[in-house]
Design a protein around this ligand. Structure first.
Ligand code: ZN
Length: 135
């Protein structure tokens, strides 16, 4: 299996709640319980506490919005592609790429993580996270 493109953000193994889908590596505030993604150490976005700990987030959620990008100025990605905002079942909202074969998308539909082969800056194959409609 290829290495992950961004191993600080996700892992191939799922969580206990959603074992078959790659987990996202988020965090939780020890003071107020706020759950966030990605993990950061600057302080809780809700209460400011520095008591932050890693928390694995299940790779499942609901689609809030999506957009098909037909023109993209960045060099890292070739249009067209689809981006979406997904509210994870564990709370945080993530902005993410959606698999090309997803077909028509509807707000509120169930989405789940999957790993797809991409390439890193040097062109080597790496697995990168996407969301796909839940089968
Ligand atoms: Zn907090």
């Amino acid at each position: 299996m290829d290495e992950l493109l961004k191993p600080a953000l996700y892992r191939a193994e799922g969580t206990t709640a959603v074992p078959q889908r790659p987990a996202l590596l988020g965090g939780e505030c020890g003071a107020c319980g706020y759950v966030f993604f990605p993990l950061q150490r600057y302080g809780c976005e809700k209460c400011g506490s520095l008591d932050l700990k890693p928390r694995d987030l299940s790779g499942a959620g609901s689609l809030l919005a999506s957009a098909r990008v037909h023109l993209h100025a960045g060099k890292g990605r070739v249009a067209p592609f689809t981006v979406g905002a997904i509210r994870l079942d564990d709370g945080p909202i993530v902005r993410t790429l959606i698999v090309e074969e997803a077909g028509p998308l509807a707000v509120g539909q169930r989405m789940a993580t999957t790993l797809e082969t991409a390439t890193d800056a040097e062109g080597a194959p790496r697995l990168d996270l996407r969301f796909a409609p839940e089968a």
